[in-house]
Write a protein that binds this ligand. Structure first.
Ligand code: AMP
Length: 438
């Protein structure tokens, strides 16, 4: 006889299960996001988890870390090169173009809640599968929408009860003003190339703007004196940015100007922003310094060229993503409560073969009447069943014994006082509904 070695399976590295005890936080976050999104006129969109890999290299850029290092790419059996979605914007824009949404009243506001996949070195707050809520406002270039999107982040934070959120904002200009700035940046870095990290040495050739985004300590120090894009914006970008800030001031959104904020994707133009949580003890940020740690919860910006890059008409747009694992981590850390999802109203106790049979029908009747009924039909002892009822914290138990089953009645027991009364079985649903209302 051959002995098989027993394998112990685990979720793949960097992924995790969302267990029942955690679902209440996810539900709370989903609810708040959906409510805020709808309140601001966003409709939900769901795009496939897999897309043509090219849309990401075209959209985010070949040299974006997410594309170059972190994307899960595979060849399908039919020979197509597909990617597991590493970010949400490109797929939404693909759908916008594919479904001719340019002919709808503009802007089109879309939101999603979706898993993202990035081949990263897992650590706290950084996973290979994570979830984002994303918001895209497509079809309008007005700065008011950049501000509205940022304001929405603040509102979501407020509605969840989060403390210590901070917003950093910058403008990275457009195709008109960026080349001059690029030249200046190159001039600054050229004499310092030797001191750059390996990645930045490559970035300087391919995409120098990304030098500003490097997380390596030595590169971060070097960018302190680098020229600022904000000083080189063209008139249009300058005015646009000024308007964004004025609208933010108007809505009372607190923000910090960060002239080195560039974000990791090529598709951004003009406004870019990130939302952080300030906390000295948060893990999972990429900060190795002793300053107050900052955890990025989300970020986004304007992407006026993306539609054209993906084969559509030029369509201005602005969007942002919010990391849900990090958001939930922060909620827990700040002691924010989420209501339990399963909270039964009554417990149905059954004793004996006949009552067990009758209980099935009664259970269904009560459920249809909108009463959440708990049971442990597999248990026969009254003690064990009442113990379960106690543990669940129900207000009432319904006890259907052999005698009650024959007589067509049921005992209603108030758990707090232990008081019991006998009620005709066909009247019990109405009675419980009335008692639960009190
Ligand atoms: P990004 O567009 O890369 O800035 O991502 C938007 C947000 O998603 C970040 O601010 C994080 O909150 C979250 N996020 C990004 N990558 C990961 C990851 N690997 N694991 C968990 N959350 C992530």
């Amino acid at each position: 006889m051959t002995t098989k070695t027993k394998r112990q399976f685990q979720s793949p590295k960097g992924t995790f299960d969302i267990l029942p005890e955690d679902q209440k936080y996810w539900e709370k976050v989903r609810k708040v996001i959906a409510r805020v999104a709808l309140g601001y006129g966003f409709e939900r969109i769901d795009t496939p988890i897999i897309e043509d890999a090219d849309i990401y290299s075209l959209a985010a850029g070949e040299t974006a870390d997410v594309v170059e290092k972190q994307m899960y790419v595979f060849k399908s059996k039919g020979g197509d090169m597909l990617a597991l979605r590493p970010e949400g914007t490109a797929g939404v824009m693909r759908a916008f173009i594919e479904h001719g949404m340019a002919s709808l009243p503009q802007p089109v506001k879309l939101y999603y809640l979706a898993p993202m996949f990035r081949y990263e070195q897992p650590q706290a707050g950084r996973y290979r599968q994570h979830h984002q809520a994303g918001f895209e406002i497509i079809g309008d270039q007005d700065a008011v929408y950049d501000a509205q999107l940022i304001h929405m982040y603040v509102v979501i934070g407020e509605e969840l009860g989060l403390k210590n959120l901070s917003i950093e904002i910058n403008s990275i200009g457009c195709a008109k003003c960026r080349p001059t700035y690029r030249a200046q940046l190159l001039r600054y870095y050229r004499s310092r190339t030797a001191k750059l990290c390996k990645d930045c040495k490559r970035r300087i050739k391919k995409n120098p703007l990304r030098l500003l985004d490097c997380k390596e300590e030595k590169c971060a120090q070097m960018r302190v004196n680098a020229p600022n894009l904000i000083d080189h914006l063209c008139h249009e970008c300058h005015d646009h940015f000024k308007n964004v800030l004025e609208y933010l001031d108007e809505t009372g959104v607190p923000y910090v100007l960060n002239p080195h904020l560039v974000r990791g994707f090529d598709y951004y133009t003009k406004t870019v922003f990130e939302v952080f949580l300030e906390d000295e003890h948060i893990e999972g940020g990429n900060e190795k310094t002793h300053q107050r740690a900052k955890l990025a919860l989300g970020g986004g910006g304007r992407y006026d060229y993306l539609a054209k890059t993906l084969g559509g008409r030029e369509t201005p747009a602005v969007g942002a993503g919010l990391g849900l694992e990090r958001l939930i981590g922060v909620m827990k850390k700040q002691g924010i409560k989420a209501p339990p999802l399963y909270k039964p109203d009554v417990f149905l106790v059954q004793l004996g073969a006949l009552s067990k049979k009758k209980s099935l029908r009664l259970f269904e009747e009560l459920r249809k009447a909108g009463i959440v009924v708990a049971e442990s039909f597999g248990k026969d002892s009254i003690k064990a069943q009442l113990r379960s009822a106690d543990r669940l914290g129900v207000k009432m138990s319904l006890i259907l014994g052999q005698k009650e089953a024959i007589d067509g009645v049921i005992l209603v027991r108030e758990m707090e006082t232990g008081a019991q009364e006998s009620v005709a079985i066909e009247k019990v649903a109405k009675l419980i509904k009335e008692r639960l209302k009190k």
